[in-house]
Structure formats: structure tokens, C-alpha cells
Design a protein around this ligand. Structure first.
Ligand SMILES: Nc1ncnc2c1ncn2[C@@H]1O[C@H](COP(=O)(O)OP(=O)(O)O)[C@@H](O)[C@H]1O
Ligand SMILES: [Mg+2]
Length: 311
């Protein structure tokens, strides 16, 4: 039996005034799959989400959620869609439990509130008013509210922006638990670690367009020339000597007066061996040698010449 996509999007466009905020986007999402939309501020992530959630109308394009379209089956779609908006304002005087029960009362299908409070690790805070929660705890309440009707598709717009690393990891666990229950997730983020950790596939957006898509591995392979970045220190004279003998060193970036020499390499262990052998043969001292894997940040930089983050 073939599994049908929970979401199918073709040629989606949205203009604000004359500017295209979303420019011909295609997307497909399977049950239990998490797709991260990664991009800098203003890339069009929130607009894309709001289109997919049926909150705003596209100028062009087609959206199918579980085989249905908003124009004819909006209510039926909403029964299966969970939404966490980028900005949410709930009644701050309500407790965690009251808030979740209020949201549950909107739906005919009663969900298991106890289980949800447990899943979101909110047991100890269930009688606390929202105004007294930390940012991370609030985000978990918002997520619980998006989950009260056991949706099949979940939209999370920058769920961890502004959270400290521990609260972020906590929320990641809750999202992973949903994936395990076969919930399909669309997540927007400008944190590449988040996309890397949670997503099966990543869609990179910039200026309304999808500029690349695939697994993290595919994106790095297809859009970066190197596999890793080698960093070390040596003197100017040593560097000149080594570059004469190792051709790939000639493409290195040198900063802070040879305190930081950075070079992309394709075979990391071979490259380190070559460098160290050559250094030893020529009596060149190498210091602070380190190696790091390439990330989605490098992919974005290679594609656009800009950094993902401006904060
Ligand atoms: N309601 C709106 N009216 C006019 N322009 C908008 C509106 N919403 C978003 N935009 C513009 O559309 C572009 C994409 O915005 P947005 O989808 O919020 O990006 P992101 O979520 O990736 O930061 C931005 O240039 C933004 O200024
Ligand atoms: Mg946004």
C-alpha cells in the first residue's frame, strides 16, 4: 500500500504590494516526516506557513492537505492540523492546565489532556499561571495547545527562537516525540542546528524562493566543495614554505596575522597527514590544529554569499 503525502504544494506564490514574499514554492510532506524551512529573517518562512495553514490566501498555486483543499474543505482540514504561530498571546491569568483544557474544549474529539501534560513535561507546572512561566515552558504550553486534537500535521513557526539552549533541547524532545507518533511536522527556523537535529529534509529559503532542498548530507555534498574545514596556526614563512609543497593550502583564508589559517578539505584525515608530514620534514611548527565538519551555515554561505543569522 502506498502512503499518501499529508501535504502537497505546487507553485505557491504570495505578493505583498508588489513584492513577492513567496515565489513559486513546491513542497511535499509524508506522514511522520519533519521538513525544516531554514532561512534568514524576511526569507518568507512565516508567509509560507500561513499559506499552508490556510490563514492567508495564495495569489497562485495549489495546496492540498490530506487530499483536501481549503476552499472547499476548510473545517475538515482544521480537524487534522495543529498550528503554533510565531507570536502567540494567551490569557496570562490562566494556569497551564486551564489553558490546555480550554483549547481541548474547542474540538469535538476529546484528547487525553493528562497524557499531553506529561508528554510536554509540564506536570510540575500544571497549576502555575502562564504569566509565571519561563520562555521555554510557555513554548511547551503553546505546543500542547497545538496538539490537543491529535493533529496529523503540525506547523511550528520558529518554536525555539529566543530560548536558552537547555529549553531548546527540551522542546526538541517534545517535537521528536510527535514525529515518533507519525505526526508530520513543518518547522521554520533560522537555527541551522535545529534543522540539523529535527528535520529529515531541509528546505533553504531566501527572498521568497527555495534555493536548495534535501537532506543535510545531500545539501553539503551538492553545494560545498569541501567536506571539512581545517584550521591551524603557523608563521608567515612556514605558511609560504608549506604552500609551495601542498597545492590545496593555496586556497586557504588567512586572518589575524597567521593566527588563523582556514582551508576546506575533501579528505580530512589524508589532509592532516600530508600537512603534518610536510611540516615535520621542513621543521615548521603547527599549532592549534582543529577540524570541523561542514554545516548548513556553510551551505547557505556558499549559495548566497551571506550568513544565515543577522542576530
Ligand atoms: N502582512 C504583510 N504585509 C506586507 N509585507 C509583508 C507582510 N507579511 C510579510 N511581509 C513581507 O514579506 C517578506 C517575508 O516575510 P516573512 O514571511 O515574515 O519572513 P520570515 O518569516 O522568513 O522572516 C518580508 O519582506 C516581509 O516584510
Ligand atoms: Mg517568520
Amino acid at each position: 500500500m502506498s502512503t499518501q503525502p499529508v501535504l502537497k504544494v505546487n507553485g505557491l506564490c504570495k505578493k505583498f504590494n508588489s513584492a513577492l514574499a513567496v515565489d513559486h514554492i513546491d513542497l511535499e510532506l509524508m506522514p511522520g516526516e519533519c521538513v525544516a524551512i531554514l532561512g534568514p529573517n524576511g526569507a518568507g518562512k512565516t508567509t509560507t506557513c500561513e499559506l499552508l495553514e490556510g490563514l492567508i490566501e495564495p495569489d497562485q498555486g495549489n495546496i492540498e492537505v490530506l487530499g483536501m483543499q481549503y476552499r472547499s474543505q476548510r473545517r475538515a482540514i482544521y480537524a487534522h492540523v495543529g498550528v503554533q504561530l510565531q507570536e502567540t498571546h494567551l490569557y496570562k491569568k490562566y494556569t497551564v492546565r486551564e489553558t490546555i483544557e480550554l483549547f481541548a474544549s474547542f474540538y469535538p474529539e476529546k484528547s487525553n489532556t493528562e497524557q499531553l501534560i506529561q508528554d510536554m513535561q509540564l506536570q510540575r507546572k500544571q497549576h502555575t499561571r502562564l504569566e509565571h512561566l519561563s520562555g521555554g515552558q510557555k513554548q511547551r504550553v503553546y505546543l500542547a495547545c497545538a496538539l490537543v486534537h491529535s493533529p496529523k500535521v503540525l506547523f511550528l513557526d520558529e518554536p525555539t527562537t529566543g530560548l536558552d539552549p537547555q529549553a531548546r533541547m527540551h522542546l526538541w524532545q517534545s517535537i521528536e516525540a510527535q514525529k515518533k507518533q507519525n505526526v508530520a511536522v513543518i518547522l521554520t527556523t533560522h537555527y541551522m542546528e535545529e534543522a540539523d537535529k529535527l528535520a529529515d529534509r531541509v528546505v533553504i529559503m531566501d527572498q521568497g524562493k527555495v534555493i536548495a532542498a534535501g537532506t543535510v548530507r545531500e545539501l553539503i555534498q551538492n553545494h560545498c566543495h569541501a567536506r571539512a574545514i581545517l584550521t591551524f596556526q603557523t608563521s608567515r614563512t612556514n605558511f609560504q614554505l608549506l604552500s609551495e609543497q601542498i597545492s590545496w593550502l593555496r586556497s586557504a583564508q588567512v586572518t589575524d596575522g597567521f593566527q588563523k589559517i582556514q582551508v576546506g578539505v575533501i579528505e580530512p584525515s589524508e589532509a592532516i597527514q600530508t600537512l603534518m608530514q610536510c611540516a615535520s620534514k621542513n621543521n615548521c611548527q603547527i599549532e592549534e590544529l582543529s577540524l570541523r565538519s561542514l554545516t548548513l551555515e556553510d551551505v547557505f554561505l556558499n549559495l548566497t554569499g551571506r550568513s544565515l543569522r543577522d542576530d
